[in-house]
Design a binder for this molecule. Structure first.
Ligand SMILES: N[C@@H](CCC(=O)N[C@@H](CS)C(=O)NCC(=O)O)C(=O)O
Length: 205
């Protein structure tokens, strides 16, 4: 199994963390950003979308981070990490897609302006916008975590993977964060997991 993508990407972290939780053996290949590779014809032949992450497992190639996480969970996981019933899958899908789709813009506003862009291009207005929206979304997750240990229920599951990676970025950046008791407890429990430490808690730059 091969996984392409630079490790400071939240989308790549999802795939690496999932693979680590499942105890899978894989080869990791840096790609994207300063590593390039994504515009090479060989990479485009695999992933015409030209983004990271990308997975190869035997003859199968998958891109789109949530699709990769779902594939790994279905192919190699078991309950409680992998849901079984359509209803439990729907809950996991809900949190996975919500996290990815809702946070894509506001998290990018923060990461791009605080870590990646040339100083003269930094936009304080975008940082303020990202800060406000990320705080609003995290409040929503905090409420969901009031009565359950994980977004997936009593145990960690695929439904927690995308927000877990986004939360690492959010807690690592020098942004205003409201006090969110339940989200903080959930995040602290992720930080204790060896798989999370190895795959997610790496340098942001
Ligand atoms: N919806 C896609 C988004 C992928 C994406 O935007 N990847 C970014 C990194 S987070 C990327 O490839 N950027 C270009 C690069 O790093 O060269 C997914 O979840 O996989």
């Amino acid at each position: 199994m091969k996984i392409w993508g630079r490790i400071n990407s939240s989308n790549v972290r999802k795939v690496l963390w999932c693979a680590e939780e499942l105890g899978l053996a894989y080869e990791h290949i840096n790609a994207g950003g300063a590593f390039g590779l994504v515009n090479e014809p060989e990479y485009r032949a695999m992933n015409p979308n030209g983004l990271i992450p990308c997975l190869q497992d035997g003859d199968l190639i998958v891109w789109e981070s949530n699709a990769i996480v779902r594939y790994l969970a279905r192919q190699y996981g078991q309950e409680p990490f992998t849901p079984v019933s359509p209803a439990d899958w729907a809950q996991a899908d809900q949190w996975m897609d919500w996290a990815s789709l809702s946070f894509a813009g506001p998290l990018r506003d923060l990461v791009w302006n605080m870590l990646r862009c040339p100083p003269e291009q930094r936009s304080d207005a975008e940082i303020q916008r990202g800060e406000k929206e990320c705080a609003r979304l995290m409040q929503l997750a905090n409420t969901a975590l009031q009565h359950q240990a994980f977004l997936s229920g009593k145990h960690l599951g695929v439904g927690d993977i995308p927000l877990g990676c986004i939360a690492y970025a959010w807690f690592s950046l020098p942004v205003e964060r409201p006090a969110l008791e339940h989200l903080s407890r959930w995040y602290a429990s992720l930080c204790e997991r060896p798989a999370y430490q190895k795959a997610v808690m790496t340098a942001m730059t």
